[in-house]
Write a protein that binds this ligand. Structure first.
Ligand code: LRH
Length: 486
C-alpha cells in the first residue's frame, strides 16, 4: 500500500497552522506541527495583514513538519481566507502589504459600483453574495492608486504564499470564485463584469483547479526548512471554506453544513449554481468547491462577534462564560448576525447592545447575557441560512454538519440543532486542513475516488459528536422572523 506524508498550510483570520497528514488507502492521521498567531496591523489608518510574518510561520511549520519525517514530504498544499490579495510589480516583488478585508476602504463602494453595473446583472453573472469586501469591490476601491497602477500581477493570499515557495504563479479556482469576477457558468473571468468596472483580469495569473500541480519548493526554501527535494506543491481548494466542505464527514448526500470559525458559512452543496433574483435577494452565494461542486451558502458573522467581545473584555476565560451562558434565558436578546454592520473591529459588546435596542429588544445586561445573545443569534442565522438554502435549491437536508473551530463549541452546536430542528454532527474542527491533505493525497495517488468516496472514508475514520434537537423549534422560527422583520 502507498502511504503519503503531506503538509497542509491553513491560514485563518486569527491564526495559521501547519498540519502534517499521513494518508493511506483507509487511514488518515493528522498532527498539528506548528501554530502561529495572525495579527493584523493598522498603519496610517489602513488595516493590513502582516503577510511576511505569516510566511515566516509557514516556513517554521514546514521545518517542524520535516523534523518529524526525516526531511521528506510528499507534498504541500495551501489554503486561507478568501478575497484578499497581494500585488506584484514587474520584477515580481510585493507592492505594499495586502489590505485586510475588514479595512474601511470599501465602505460605500458596492453602492458606487451599482451605478456602473446593475447589482442584478452582477449577480446573474457571478452568483456571489454582495459583501463589501469582495475582491471586485476592493479592486474598484483601489482604482487609480499608485500601487494598482504599478501592479503587473495580482495573487490571492494562498497563491501568493505558493508563489514565494515555488516561483510559480497561478490563480486557484475555488478562491477565484470569491472575487466576484468569475462567471458562475463558464468558470472563467467575466468580461462584461470586468469591463463595466474597469478591472483588468489580466493581472490574475492562469487559473488552476484543486488537484493541479503548482510547482516545487525552491532550492532556498528547501535549504531554509531542511527538507529534501523535490517537494511538489499541489493546488488544493485554496479557499479554506472549499477545503473544509470537502472534508465534511457525510454519509449521505442530503446534508447541510455550517463551517464555523471567524465566520459561519451555512448552506448546502449543489452541482449547479442558483442565479435567480430570489437567490440574490436572499443574499446567497455560489462559491466553487472541489470537483466542480457549488457551495450554496450565506456568510454570517460567526464567532467573530464573540472573539471581538472577548478582546474588548481583556481576554477572560471562555469556558466559564459559556457554561453560564448555557443556563441563561434563551432568545432574550438577539441580533441579525448576517448584518454587515458587524464587519469592522472594535467596541463589539456596545454595538451588540445598540443593535438590540434598535430592534426593540432587551439589551444584554452583562457578559454572560452578551455571550448568550451572540450564540442564540448565530444559531438563528444558521437556521435561516439552511432553511433558505433548502427552499431556494429545492432540497431538504436531513442533518447539519458543523465543521471548523466552532465544532468544539458545544453550546453553539446544541443551539444550532435546536434552532434547525435537525440533528447536528459536529467535527472535525480541523476540516480545512483535512480537505487540503485529502485533495493533495488524491492528486499524488495515495487515495482514490470521488468526493463522496473521500467523505465516506472520513465518516468511517473520524469521530463526530451528535446533538439531537431539543425543545420547541417553533420558538426559534418565531424569533427568526422577528429578528429579520425588525
Ligand atoms: C472564511 C472565509 C470566508 C470568506 C471570508 C473572507 O475564512 O474564507 O469563506 O467569506 O473568509
Amino acid at each position: 500500500t502507498v502511504t503519503g506524508v503531506f503538509a497542509a498550510v491553513d491560514l485563518g483570520a486569527a491564526s495559521g497552522r501547519v498540519i502534517l497528514g499521513r494518508v493511506g488507502p483507509d487511514s488518515l492521521e493528522l498532527a498539528e506541527v506548528h501554530r502561529f498567531p495572525n495579527r493584523p496591523v493598522r498603519v496610517g489608518g489602513t488595516l493590513y495583514w502582516d503577510v511576511l510574518a505569516l510566511y515566516r510561520g509557514v516556513l517554521d511549520g514546514l521545518r517542524a513538519a520535516g523534523a518529524r519525517t526525516g526531511g521528506r514530504l510528499d507534498g504541500v498544499g495551501i489554503d486561507s481566507w478568501a478575497v484578499d490579495y497581494g500585488l506584484l510589480d514587474a520584477s515580481g516583488a510585493l507592492i505594499g502589504n495586502p489590505v485586510h478585508y475588514r479595512d474601511a476602504r470599501t465602505d460605500g463602494v458596492a453602492d458606487q459600483t451599482a451605478e456602473l453595473l446593475d447589482p442584478a446583472a452582477l449577480y446573474a453573472a457571478t452568483g456571489i453574495q454582495r459583501l463589501p469586501f469582495n475582491t471586485v469591490f476592493q479592486l474598484a476601491a483601489a482604482r487609480g492608486t499608485p500601487a494598482l497602477d504599478a501592479a503587473r500581477r495580482l495573487l490571492l493570499i494562498p497563491d501568493l504564499i505558493a508563489y514565494w515557495l515555488t516561483g510559480v504563479a497561478g490563480t486557484e479556482l475555488t478562491n477565484a470564485s470569491t472575487t466576484g469576477l468569475l462567471d458562475a457558468r463558464t468558470r472563467d473571468w467575466s468580461r462584461p463584469v470586468a469591463d463595466a468596472l474597469g478591472i483588468d483580469t489580466g493581472l490574475f495569473p492562469p487559473l488552476r483547479a484543486p488537484g493541479d500541480p503548482a510547482g516545487e519548493l525552491l532550492p532556498d526554501v528547501l535549504a531554509e526548512t531542511g527538507l529534501t527535494g523535490p517537494v511538489p506543491v499541489t493546488a488544493v481548494g485554496s479557499h479554506d471554506t472549499a477545503s473544509a466542505v470537502a472534508a465534511v464527514p457525510a454519509a449521505t448526500a442530503d446534508f447541510a453544513y455550517v463551517c464555523t470559525g471567524t465566520w459561519s458559512l451555512a448552506g448546502m452543496e449543489l452541482t449547479a449554481p442558483v442565479l435567480t433574483e430570489d437567490s440574490r435577494r436572499a443574499n446567497f452565494t455560489n462559491e466553487l468547491g472541489v470537483d466542480g461542486t457549488v457551495r450554496y451558502l450565506r456568510n454570517v458573522m460567526g464567532l467573530w462577534l464573540l472573539q471581538e467581545c472577548l478582546r474588548e473584555w481583556g481576554e477572560p476565560k471562555l469556558g466559564p462564560l459559556l457554561e453560564q451562558a448555557a443556563r441563561a434565558e434563551p432568545l432574550r436578546s438577539v441580533v441579525d448576525a448576517g448584518d454587515p454592520a458587524f464587519i469592522p473591529p472594535g467596541r463589539m459588546p456596545e454595538r451588540i447592545a445598540d443593535a438590540c435596542r434598535r430592534a426593540g429588544r432587551p439589551e444584554p445586561r452583562n457578559r454572560v447575557e452578551t455571550v448568550r445573545c451572540v450564540l442564540d443569534s448565530l444559531a438563528l442565522a444558521h437556521l435561516s441560512a439552511i432553511a433558505d438554502a433548502g427552499r431556494l435549491s429545492g432540497r431538504t437536508p436531513s442533518v447539519v454538519h458543523v465543521v471548523g473551530g466552532g465544532a468544539r463549541n458545544e453550546l453553539l452546536c446544541r443551539l444550532t440543532a435546536d434552532a434547525c430542528g435537525l440533528p447536528v454532527a459536529a467535527g472535525p474542527a480541523e476540516a480545512a486542513a483535512l480537505g487540503n491533505v485529502l485533495v493533495q493525497a488524491r492528486a499524488r495517488g495515495a487515495v482514490h475516488g470521488t468526493l463522496t468516496d473521500l467523505r465516506s472514508m472520513l465518516h468511517r475514520t473520524r469521530s463526530v459528536r451528535q446533538y439531537e434537537p431539543r425543545g420547541d423549534q417553533t420558538l426559534w422560527e418565531e424569533a427568526g422572523c422577528a429578528s429579520r422583520s425588525s
